[in-house]
Write a protein that binds this ligand. Structure first.
Ligand code: WTA
Length: 661
């Protein structure tokens, strides 16, 4: 594989030109949670028992018998025989330790209203809502869907479910009604927690109508709880089977709900994510391994301390928010900041205003946001005192050295290490990154695998590539937060992740994350992007198949191919190549319909950057669409060899048309 074969490498050249390394600032090292570099060796020599160190971050109702059981590989089991409750670990034990008055969640709405929940407050509301859920008929192991924006009731609902042993499935609020219905149906979920609406750039958005539209397509009856977020700004009425959140909590005020003791391997939650086929995958995470790992990585990588104010600007609707807004930070007893809105409302300094106001110690965001900040200019961060910051992090996509340096200089004031964390919904927590109190940083390279992780870059035959060459990323040893299966689809679990490089006959299992990467002499890994049919738009995973099926559902569309092309801010953007049906014209009218269908089918994040109409798609002689060429056209790259095509002339035609536009 050459570097060009790997998608999503926006600005790779610029990234590789840079060789400079940065030592972690001394002031940081002096106080860092993890500073002893022997940890790498220690974990390797003492594997898998090294993971007891992660389990020690939790309080167990019953001690586990074994750290790792490999009998059912690749479904590994961690901390077997152990029992615990996630909500107890995130709430009660801190209160019992006398930290009931410490702040758990600082929340700020887009319009500037604020709410503060101490650990004591949070526990009280979680118990009340847990009691309410039980009254509504939620039982242990029932899957409760949540379709909510960044309001405190979302983590409260998650923790209430965890308390009674009901796994949650959070659907990103920006997803469409159809996406909600697909996920509820796939999980047979009979319970939903949602809200009336939320604010975006000052406007009140109606979320309940979208929810109801989705519910109309849900096959089973669903009990629904609705949070009233907008008050008088959006009148709403509840239908039968819908309950008002505040009313329920008031009715159960003061309730005491014993945390249900769950097996370490019991499901804590599942999260749907995009893959190669159109059907989203329900990634299953467990109570013991996941929570231990979220806490451990929060401690070791993000350097979280209980007295910190920690801010991850992701949305809880994605895995980053699950692991590093809710579970990791709360298990560690810190203050986690939640912000409802966008970074440019009311002004482009909103994030820096928040950092100053809350004296944020740790800030974790996505490269796409950093690229936007760069474009807006340094005057916005310069207008604020950011000296409270101690550590910066990035997640979701590759960060190029220019953006890295901008972040380092203009946000971190050259005094904060940056952790560039590579991981996935499936991995549950960080996999590749530097340990900030130990490792030097190389802008553009995420770092080595974390202690205890066996990360490699291999060729198609599974052999490790020479430093400097591009290859495929693999993880050759299991880790506690790994997904256990795809919900109701064990077969797909094996075929998606374990087929490529494993040797089942020898019982040797290698996890394939479907990313391309390169590794340097020091074992630092530069992740190059997805090698499957997944596009990474602003750090959000979208499957090309999902996009294509939304497009071909439009009247007048005969065939469509969707690819990711480079985008200055988003990293990658969606480009759709469409063949109109006979009798239809490819023009603005059809384009609008296509865009509407994508937004309706998936959500606004999936909106195509451009729709290119063409009488034909470039195909190989065997009839396969040559996506590489379409990607090159979208990214404005030089076009590769077209001689293997059945219809080479069409490539030039499409390219010329795109240039004209
Ligand atoms: C990409 C998000 C480069 C990668 C936590 C992965 C990254 C996909 C990085 C997972 C990074 C994530 N550098 N690429 N630091 N972090 N990715 O499941 O392609 O939404 O496979 O999880 O994002 O996306 P997901």
């Amino acid at each position: 594989m050459s570097e060009e074969d790997v998608r999503g490498d926006g600005g790779l050249e610029a990234r590789l030109e840079e060789e400079a390394t940065f030592e972690p600032p001394e002031s940081f090292v002096e106080q860092a949670n993890v500073t002893d570099e022997s940890i790498y060796e220690e974990f390797e020599e003492n594997w898998p028992e090294c993971w007891e160190r992660a389990a020690d971050f939790l309080e167990w109702d019953r001690a586990y018998d074994e750290v790792l059981v490999e009998d059912d590989a690749p479904t590994y089991q961690w901390f077997t025989g152990g029992k615990l409750n996630a909500s107890y670990n995130c709430l009660d034990r801190h209160v019992e330790d006398g930290r009931g008055d410490a702040v758990a969640i600082e929340w700020e709405g887009e319009l500037g209203e604020t709410r503060t929940y101490t650990y004591g407050d949070l526990l009280e509301e979680v118990e009340a809502f847990a009691a309410a859920l039980r009254d509504l008929g939620v039982e242990e192991d029932d899957i409760v869907t949540m379709y909510m924006p960044m309001v405190p009731e979302l983590p409260i609902a998650m923790l209430a479910c965890a308390r009674i042993g009901a796994p949650h499935s959070v659907v990103f609020a920006g997803f469409s009604a159809e996406a909600l219905a697909t996920r509820m149906n796939a999980a047979d979920s009979e319970h939903l927690v949602t809200c009336d609406g939320y604010y975006r750039r000052g406007d009140a958005l109606d979320h309940l109508s979208k929810t109801n539209e989705g519910l109309a397509d849900v096959e089973q009856d669903a009990t629904t709880v609705v949070v009233d977020r907008l008050g008088d700004d959006l009148e709403h009425s509840l239908t039968e089977g819908q309950h008002d959140y505040d009313g329920l909590v008031a009715a159960h005020e003061g309730a005491s709900v014993e945390p249900v003791s769950r097996d370490a391997e019991d499901m804590l939650f599942m999260m749907y994510t995009s893959g190669t086929t159109g059907q989203p995958k329900g990634v299953k995470h467990t109570t013991g391994g996941y929570l231990a790992y979220a806490a451990w990585t929060g401690h070791a990588v993000l350097d979280i301390k209980p007295e910190d104010t920690y801010w991850c600007s992701a949305d809880i609707g994605w895995i980053t928010g699950h692991s590093y807004i809710v579970y990791g930070p709360l298990a560690l007893g810190t203050t986690t900041l939640m912000y409802e809105g966008t970074p440019d409302y009311p002004e482009k300094d909103r994030f820096w205003e928040l950092v100053e106001e809350y004296e944020v110690d740790i800030f974790y965001t996505a490269p796409t946001a950093i690229r936007a900040f760069m474009k807006w200019g340094t005057e916005y961060p310069e207008a604020h005192d950011l000296s409270s910051l101690r550590l910066l992090g990035t997640v979701g996509e590759p960060i190029n050295p220019r953006a890295w340096k901008w972040y380092y200089e203009h946000i971190g004031g050259e005094a904060c290490p940056i952790v560039d964390t590579w991981w996935q919904t499936e991995t549950g927590g960080h996999i590749i990154t530097t340990l900030p109190g130990i490792c030097e940083m190389k802008p553009g390279a995420a770092g080595p695998g974390l202690p205890g992780l066996d990360v490699r870059v291999v060729d198609t035959a599974g052999e490790e590539v020479e430093p400097g060459n591009a290859g495929y990323l693999t993880i050759d040893k299991p880790w506690p937060a790994m997904l256990r299966t795809l919900y109701r689809n064990d077969e797909r679990f094996v075929s998606e992740y374990w087929q490529e490089y494993s040797d089942p006959d020898a019982d040797e299992w290698v996890y394939f994350p479907e990313d391309g990467a390169k590794i340097d002499e020091d074992g630092y890994i530069t992740v190059l992007g997805r090698v499957d049919d997944v596009i990474n738009v602003s750090g959000h995973r979208l499957g090309t198949m999902e996009l294509e099926s939304a497009i071909v559902a439009t009247a007048g569309v005969a065939e469509a191919a969707v690819v990711g092309g480079d985008h200055e801010i988003k990293g990658e953007a969606v480009y759709a190549y469409v063949i109109p049906e006979d009798g239809y014209e490819g023009g603005e009218e059809l384009e609008d319909k296509i865009v509407d269908n994508v937004v309706e089918g998936i959500g606004p994040i999936a909106k195509p950057e451009d729709v290119i109409f063409t009488p034909e798609l470039p195909k190989t002689r065997s009839g396969k669409i040559m996506r590489r060429l379409l990607e090159d056209i979208a990214s404005g790259n030089e076009l590769g060899n077209t001689s293997t095509l059945r219809n080479p002339e069409v490539v030039e035609e499409i390219a010329a048309q795109v240039q004209e536009e």
